[in-house]
Design a binder for this molecule. Structure first.
Ligand code: F6R
Length: 601
């Protein structure tokens, strides 16, 4: 989604720094980019549709300037073109913006009556006009910002330049991340730490309804009433991704491979001293119920945890899509722990759901990859994934690490509740100690996944089925396929197929089943026979050696306890999706219309 970077320096070479920032933000997904800067006291604006490279081609990066703001835009209001791209200029104000101004239509109407006209379809241009209107009526920048903050509804991270001040970048924030980094003779502002890591790892966090004035040698913070506030400097510990994708064709393939290390790295400290280290995980015994809130793949990881919580710890667990949770009537109870799962830690809906939980003073736990992200900071307790940066838009290594951490949380809970014995827990921990070996084993069968991909890549529809845990694994497999290959795909509980969707099965339709639960595998196999009889091409992923059928293409995965099944079984599905997309020639790491960090609702 949209990304922001700004820089102000005592040295005269800001444009390469802004371009570095924009390139570092590319992984988030965007469809146009732009920059604006002071050149001889005048503001210049350059924009391009498509990639940052197109923008770079239009820029003379040698041009001398000490101050500028830049943006990658993921279209919300208005299509991706240079008119709608940021920065926008409205008289005295030139701005870039992340987030959504929800009352922009009402503001637009009001501003049109004041004589403003609009070139773009964006809410950002309206925000710029509102700032300009207040600036023209008050002639005071603090009053302007305070009035803006009390009038604009929605979320925003805004940087703006004022046409008569070539020394300051103005920064406003509400519910959309924004940090200010401290470089050498240089201050940087960004929506995402990745944009500035090349230059600094020390930074300030801008809080909600706060604003700042950033000069080359001075940063001043204010609250919404215009009173000056002080802030602590933070340090970001993790290194930037210096290795790039190496010899891999795509980041996604690299990240799938990395799972042989990242799952273990994430859980190591909770398994290496046996049960003692497991018990370092939070004690959940005081909760009657667990709620899990997340989006997309992270929500799928939540479904695996729900299955395990209910099956092994007799604890009721609900999984909610954050976008639904935030608007539904929730029955908040003190006996409930709410777990928020998010790779980026910035997903707008998940963050909004967390605010709701915090407003009701309920306990929360985060399972997060990006350190110090907004959700990580907002939860009471956080468990971090140790996967390193996930760059491909389609989540892979974050999912398996999320599932692994959640599985251990269930295991510790079951043990504390005396529903799992010491021996059972030790056996499962021994399996987790071997998780890298299991993963390496499934990664080996690439030829098999490639030949399945070859068949699926010819089709426009695919169906994934499973029961219980396998249904939830299928959901993730299906999402992976559709998001990167653009093949329409649906995941169904296997028993549901004949209640409607089976009418879509025809000759050649791929049906991919997961069957890793001995108790119910035979039921899923019967469902496969039913689709086979209607012409489907059937693929079966199983750890059950008793299943054989010459009409099915069978992918065998190693047998493990339920706690590891989702981690092991999802990897062939990730690779099938990857190879299918590769054969179809899609932009795998940055699929169209998708963004890595979904910071608008
Ligand atoms: C799919 C995918 C998305 C994310 C979802 C939540 O491959 O990556 O479905 O899982 O947008 O993102 P996070 O985990 O950052 O909250």
């Amino acid at each position: 989604m949209c990304g922001i970077v700004g820089a102000v320096s005592t040295k005269e070479k800001i444009l390469p720094i802004l371009l570095d920032g924009l390139y570092a933000l590319e992984y988030r997904g965007y469809d146009s980019a732009g920059v604006s800067y002071f050149k001889d006291k005048k503001i210049k604006i350059i924009k391009a549709k498509g990639k940052v490279k197109h923008l770079e081609d239009k820029i003379n990066s040698e041009e001398k300037t000490t101050i500028g703001i830049a943006h990658t835009r993921w279209a919300t209001h208005g299509e991706a073109n240079t008119v709608n791209a940021h920065p926008h200029q409205v008289k005295h104000i030139t701005l870039v913006h992340n987030g959504i101004i929800e009352n922009f239509l009402e503001l637009k109407e009001m501003l049109e009556k004041e004589g403003y006209t609009f070139k773009s379809k964006t809410d950002t241009e309206v925000a710029g006009a509102l700032l300009d209107y207040y600036y023209q009526t008050t002639k005071d920048i603090d009053e302007t910002i305070k009035k803006f903050m009390s009038k604009a509804v929605g979320s925003y991270a805004i940087l703006f330049l004022l046409d008569n001040d070539d020394t300051s970048i103005y920064v406003l924030k509400k519910e959309s991340p924004m940090i200010i980094g401290l470089g050498q003779h240089l201050n940087l502002i960004a929506s995402d730490i990745q944009a500035i890591l090349k230059y600094t790892n020390t930074y300030y966090l801008v809080g909600d309804l706060e604003y700042a004035k950033v000069k080359a040698n001075e940063i001043t913070f204010y609250n919404k009433d215009g009173n000056e506030i002080t802030k602590d400097v933070k340090t970001y510990q993790e290194q930037g991704d210096e290795l790039g994708k190496g010899s891999y064709k795509h980041y996604m393939l690299k990240e799938i491979e990395e799972q042989k290390d990242t799952v273990y790295k994430t859980i190591k400290k909770y398994i290496n001293k046996g049960i003692n280290s497991l018990l370092e995980l939070p004690d959940l015994t005081k909760y009657k119920e667990i709620n899990i809130v997340a989006c997309g793949t992270a929500m799928h990881a939540g479904l695996i945890a729900k299955y395990l919580f209910q099956e092994f710890t007799n604890t009721r667990c609900h999984v909610y899509l954050a976008s639904e949770y935030r608007y539904q009537n929730n029955f908040f109870s003190k006996n409930t722990l709410t777990i928020f799962i998010s790779q980026s830690g910035e997903t707008a809906d998940t963050l909004a759901a967390l605010k709701l939980v915090n407003a009701n003073n309920l306990d929360s736990l985060g399972i997060i990859n990006v350190k110090e992200s907004s959700i990580a900071r907002g939860v009471q307790k956080v468990l971090y994934l140790e996967t390193g940066k996930e760059i491909a838009v389609a989540s892979t290594k974050a999912y398996t690490a999320q599932v692994a951490l959640l599985s251990l949380l269930v295991l510790s809970h079951g043990y504390r509740k005396k529903l799992l014995s010491k021996e059972e827990v030790e056996d499962i921990l021994a399996e987790f100690n071997n998780v890298s070996t299991y993963i390496k084993q499934v990664l080996l069968a690439k030829d098999k996944y490639q030949s399945i991909a070859k068949e699926i890549s010819q089709e426009e529809n695919a169906f994934y089925i499973g029961r219980g845990l396998d249904y939830y694994i299928s959901m993730e497999g299906s999402l992976k396929l559709k998001e990167i290959s653009y093949i329409h795909s649906e995941a169904l509980a296997a028993g549901e197929l004949k209640h409607g969707t089976i009418s879509l099965i025809r000759k050649g339709t791929p049906v991919i089943a997961c069957a890793t639960d001995k108790k119910i595998n035979s039921k899923t196999v019967s469902n496969l026979e039913e689709v086979l009889a209607r012409g489907a091409k059937v693929y079966l992923l199983t750890d059950d050696i008793t299943i054989t059928n010459d009409s099915f293409t069978i992918v065998r995965v190693p047998f493990t306890s339920s706690f590891l099944k989702a981690i092991i079984a999802v990897i062939p599905l990730q690779l099938i999706a990857y190879y299918t997309a590769d054969l179809r020639g899609t932009d795998i790491d940055k699929p169209k219309n998708l963004a890595k960090s979904v910071t608008v609702e």
